[in-house]
Write a protein that binds this ligand. Structure first.
Ligand SMILES: Cc1cc2nc3c(=O)[nH]c(=O)nc-3n(C[C@H](O)[C@H](O)[C@H](O)COP(=O)(O)OP(=O)(O)OC[C@H]3O[C@@H](n4cnc5c(N)ncnc54)[C@H](O)[C@@H]3O)c2cc1C
Length: 544
């Protein structure tokens, strides 16, 4: 077989070169497999390549939001802040790509448009928008959970005289807002991170808010060399603790119920969590916040009281106060001075529940009340989460069945990693796995390690295909749904539920049973000879 043929007949195609795709390439190449990565962007980094908006940073602390697979990498990399800004995370991912010599197997500026399983050959045929047409035994979808941006379909956008941007596809040269009248549409995580920064630059900022969100202070700060040295000295223990923690973030699990504690003590705990800052401080004060509405109300009311304390104008405070969903049933945001920003003279809040947008006109955005004249519009309107990146590819399994057809009523997976009818297709951090409810780098590593072990097992046992059975998948989907329905999560119109995308089925997408429980199920399945999967012999394998 010539080198070109070998290139066309790969062992594995990996789609995406973010944290997931890079680690998949590293691990699978380490098994001696031929791997080709296709990436739509011009560089590595995924989320951190695309989301270059002002204020973009992680909300899981950097010392944890980083790879754990290489102790040397852990030791040599230094983070500058508690939550690194986007350029630094992108710098880290680029360092990883160089350090592990990953770029030579990545083709950039290439979008995978289709992947079809050829049942006769037992291989995937993968095609791209650059004319590539390759065959691979395995396909790993490292397409990300938050990589398919959604721009609202507002009439008149093309008539707008100024510039407009989506936070998830930010121009590489940055945007100078000096002296500009800027409108930000959307107050989810990206909006909440960017609004304070844009407000400091723009001459005037109009924030268009449909749903007020709970946001917690990040309390970002520089990481001192002493703190880093201390963490690095005990990195293995920290990672182990994270692995056995609900969200794959090293925090102690709460033991008390919110209503067991008297109101003054409860308030004291919330105040302490608010002062510490970060996602986990508040969410882990009590163990019933996400399952008991009365418990949740105590935390929600505390945060509302903080908004009233911070925001000077009571009407603006009221408009910024979330009342339509329990705390943490939408991903809570982390901010640096978000609510304070609304005390600035150059910031206006438009409550779209009172005065919805009717159209975009050449001069700006028209609501039912008036035209807001703008030079620039920023859409911080988020993503078609979890399923969007997969369904934007024409993926076809057995019998030429499109994944979009199979998932028309919502995604169906086994372990969030595989779907029946699509042999040898692996999904990283897919629907039905903890994914976005966890520290995603750790979730990615767990999935990639599981897939690498699985491919080794297939090779060692002369097996050609692995495919989730319908029975195992049905049972998993039921299990995931049961877990979700025992929580408050389904009560929010969140992107976890697909509620931000018109017409998307309302299904709670991630697995809420916690990372340790999930991981041990995956390990048990593997130890049990890949229970719940159908395995077939590889006709090309040498007889034992
Ligand atoms: C602003 C922001 C902040 C975040 N902060 C955190 C955080 O603090 N902690 C946390 O745990 N998670 C966070 N996340 C989630 C984040 O997405 C993950 O942590 C992680 O970066 C995902 O890595 P990934 O490789 O799975 O996906 P991504 O980083 O999304 O990479 C997927 C890649 O696949 C490519 N791709 C998709 N489809 C195709 C195709 N058809 N063909 C070719 N290429 C394709 C995309 O271009 C992209 O580069 C954040 C997300 C956002 C948007």
């Amino acid at each position: 077989m010539s080198a070109t043929d070998r290139a066309r007949h790969l062992d594995v195609v990996v789609v995406g070169a973010g944290f997931g795709g890079l680690y998949a390439l590293h691990r699978l190449r380490g098994l001696g497999l031929s791997v080709q990565v296709y990436e739509a962007g011009s560089g590595v980094g995924g989320t951190w390549y695309w989301n270059r908006y002002p204020g973009a940073r992680c909300d899981v602390e950097s010392l944890e939001y980083s790879y754990s697979f290489s102790p040397e990498l852990e030791q040599e990399w230094a983070w500058s802040e508690r939550y690194a800004p986007q350029p630094e995370i992108l710098g880290y991912i680029n360092h990883v790509a160089d350090r592990f010599d990953l770029r030579r197997d990545i083709q950039f500026d290439t979008r995978v448009t289709a992947a079809a399983f050829d049942e006769t050959a037992g291989r995937w045929r993968v095609t791209t928008d650059r004319g590539d047409d390759v065959s691979a035994r395995f396909c790993v979808m490292a397409t990300g959970c938050l990589s398919a941006v959604t721009t609202p379909d507002i009439e008149g956008l093309s008539s707008f005289r100024g510039n407009w941007y989506h936070t998830g596809q930010w121009p590489h040269g940055g945007v100078d807002f000096s002296g500009q009248r800027v409108g930000v549409v959307g107050t989810g995580s990206s909006g909440i991170q960017s609004i304070p920064v844009i407000a400091r630059q723009a001459s005037h900022l109009v924030v268009f808010q449909r749903t007020p969100n709970f946001s917690l202070p990040a309390r970002n700060e520089p990481l001192t060399p002493d703190t880093q040295a201390e963490v690095k000295a005990g990195y293995r223990a920290l990672r182990d603790k994270a692995r056995s923690s609900f969200s794959a973030i090293a925090v102690a699990a709460p033991t008390e119920l919110a209503l067991e504690v008297d109101p003054a003590e409860r308030r004291r705990r919330y105040e302490a969590a608010w002062a510490r800052g970060g996602l986990m401080s508040m969410t882990t004060t009590f163990r019933d916040l996400i399952v008991d509405k009365a418990a949740n109300d105590t935390a929600a009311e505390f945060i509302r009281s903080k908004i009233r304390e911070i925001v000077v104008d009571p009407d603006v405070a009221q408009a910024l106060t979330p009342t339509d969903h329990p705390f943490a049933t939408k991903r809570p945001c982390l901010d640096t001075g978000y609510f304070e920003t609304f005390n600035r003279d150059n910031v206006t809040l438009v409550d779209l529940r009172q005065t919805p947008i009717t159209e975009i006109v050449p001069a700006g955005i028209r609501t039912t009340e008036r035209v807001h004249e703008l030079d620039t519009i920023v859409f911080a309107t988020g993503f078609d989460a979890m399923t969007g990146p997969l369904l934007r590819i024409d993926i076809r399994g057995r019998g030429d069945r499109p994944l979009s057809d199979k998932w028309s009523a919502g995604p169906r997976t086994y372990l969030g990693i595989a779907t029946a009818g699509f042999p040898n297709l692996f999904i990283l951090t897919g629907p039905g796995s903890p994914s976005v409810l966890s520290n995603m780098v750790m979730a990615i590593e767990q999935h990639v390690d599981w897939i690498a072990d699985c491919l080794s097992y297939l090779g060692a046992n002369g097996l050609g295909t692995i495919e989730a059975t319908v029975e195992a998948e049905d049972a998993w989907v039921d299990h995931v749904n049961q877990l979700a329905s025992a929580t408050l999560f389904p009560r929010a119109n969140s992107w976890y539920m697909g509620a931000n995308v018109p017409g998307k089925p309302r299904v709670f997408l991630p697995y809420v049973g916690g990372f340790p429980q999930y991981r041990s199920t995956c390990d048990d399945v593997a130890a049990d000879g890949y229970r719940g999967f159908g395995l077939t012999a590889d006709p090309a394998a040498e007889p034992a």
